[in-house]
Design a protein around this ligand. Structure first.
Ligand SMILES: [Zn+2]
Length: 251
């Protein structure tokens, strides 16, 4: 199996591979058709293994060096070193190991990749609304700092995720975002009387608060909900379906 088309996330960073993978050729009525490396969304283990092997082959690494946590909208970050460790309830990963692919699965939530090329330290995070409120992106930056990264050097990019126009939320969620980011931040928008959240902007503010240069942060370029097929959207097709894989690896 050839892996599907991808969108590059840190094209000016030759030291890393960093991209999000499209679903690829698929039957829209079959929720698990197309690429899916996510093991906890109801897909068959055989299909997930098949996709992971294709990914490993493409990267030229062993499948054991593809790290995919079981995400739970937590703000828990794990540092990947030599010792294997449990990855249940983990929503962000960091490492300084070359040839180790850190992966996050999403369908509307924001995947964030981070790299300090000078220190050879990378990170990745899954920032949905809960992870954004609990600042998983900031926690990931701090875990990278513990490995020698400097926030002033870190470059960040966000993969395909739901845009503000498509992301309407309830009043309680909107209130939490207004409390954290302020009414003038542009994070909460009222396009059609119901509140809408600009998750990418909120994640960017988290990263700036963690010390990143605003010019080093790339906002999401693609809306998963708008794309209607190329990128999985939980709001459009439900959560029992494939996920977008986003990856970062030090070459
Ligand atoms: Zn949209």
């Amino acid at each position: 199996m050839a892996i599907p088309e991808r969108t590059e996330l840190l094209p000016f960073c030759p030291e890393v591979e960093a991209w999000s993978l499209q679903r690829g050729p698929s039957d829209p009525s079959a929720p698990y058709s197309g690429f899916n490396a996510c093991h906890y969304v109801g897909d068959s283990p055989e299909h997930v293994d098949f996709c992971r092997r294709a990914l490993a082959e493409h990267l030229g690494i062993d499948t054991a060096h593809i790290v995919i946590p079981t995400q739970t909208h937590s703000n828990r970050v794990v540092t990947i070193a030599d010792e294997p460790q449990p990855l249940d309830g983990v929503d962000a990963l960091v490492t300084d190991r070359k040839g180790t692919a850190l992966c996050i699965n999403t369908a509307d939530c924001v995947p964030v990749v981070l790299a300090d090329p000078e220190a050879s330290v990378i990170g990745i995070a899954h920032s949905g609304w809960r992870g954004t409120i609990s600042d998983i992106a900031g926690a990931t930056v701090r875990a990278m700092e513990a490995l020698g990264a400097s926030p002033r050097r870190i470059k960040a990019a966000m993969g395909p995720s739901i845009c503000a126009q498509c992301y309407n939320v309830g009043a309680d969620v909107a209130r939490q975002f207004t409390e954290r980011y302020g009414a003038d931040s542009g994070v909460v928008e009222y396009n059609d009387r119901t509140p809408h959240i600009n998750l990418g902007r909120a994640v960017a503010i988290n990263l700036i608060r963690a010390g990143l240069d605003p010019l080093a942060i790339q906002l999401p370029a693609i809306c998963s909900y708008h794309s209607a097929g190329a990128w999985p959207s939980a709001r459009r097709i439900g959560t029992a379906s494939v996920r977008t894989l986003t990856l970062i690896m030090l070459r």
